[in-house]
Design a protein around this ligand. Sequence first.
Ligand code: SF4
Ligand code: MG
Length: 333
Amino acid sequence: QPSLLEVKNLETAFEIDGEWHNAVDNVSFSVKPKQVMGVVGESGCGKSVMSLSIMQLLPKNIGKIRNGQILYDGKSLEKLTDKEMNKVRGKDVAMIFQEPMTSLNPVFTIGFQLTEAIHNHFKVSKKEARKKVIDLLNKVGISRPEKVVDEYPHQLSGGMRQRVMIAMAIACEPRVLIADEPTTALDVTVQAQILELLQDLQETNDMSIILITHDLGVVAETCHEVIVMYAGEVVEQTDVISLFEKPLHPYTELLMKSIPRMDREEKNLASIDGIVPSLKNMPRQGCKFVDRCPKAMEECRTVTPGLGEEIPGHSVRCLLYESSRTQNEVTAK
Ligand code: SF4
Ligand code: MG
């Protein structure tokens, strides 16, 4: 099956004190129709920068794609003009953000904002638009949509606002939905409901979803394929079953230990010591995870691991694996 969205060797850089640093470094993956692709890692690993790159929404002047391609249905998005990209956004590829309050305008009603989203791509009458808005609110599981349509964002709960954001994102029936930490700001019960909603919509609308999260538990519940990112790079990439059966990268292992579970007290949650290196302090050689890795060896400071296919369909970037070493030699030549 051909892929719908393909990210090829993406490098996105930010300018800090006159120097450009890669926040996303040579990332490649592809999303097939109706597939849910998970992108997992802590904050600061480049996940959001990657989604902003796909949407061509990087902050102008300080952020840029300096290499690679983003292909949607065979079309290179990074080559489109703003005007052309406006036609893609919302209709082909749409995005929902972590904080609904920052993306919903507090001074307009829910109905008004959803109508705007529809009008961006479709010419419909006021009456038709209102009907479509109510249908959409119904679709995302909002009860009494006839009432909610005339309410303002602050009148809704966090979960309801996230549902509205999802309604807005699917208003024009995109084929790919990028959901950046869609449940992080919500409590556990609402989180589960929103994930379920996304899964339902994925099936009824035949959408593909790129689900960005720091929580591998969310990935286990919803995704088919997954990439684990660390410090702007992919460190592990495979299907979800293989990942949970046999995580290869030490970082993935630690992320697994930190999955919040209902049957475990929150205070016993394993956390990973240390922080992701900042763009300015990124090591130029060796493994970027070395300072936090429980399995680090002497050579991890000097030898840079490549992303190698250790098992068919399962790639890893770590010197504990032969494929990662050979991949590194290949890249160095
Ligand atoms: Fe740990 Fe070394 Fe593997 Fe990096 S290359 S993840 S430091 S064992
Ligand atoms: Mg983020």
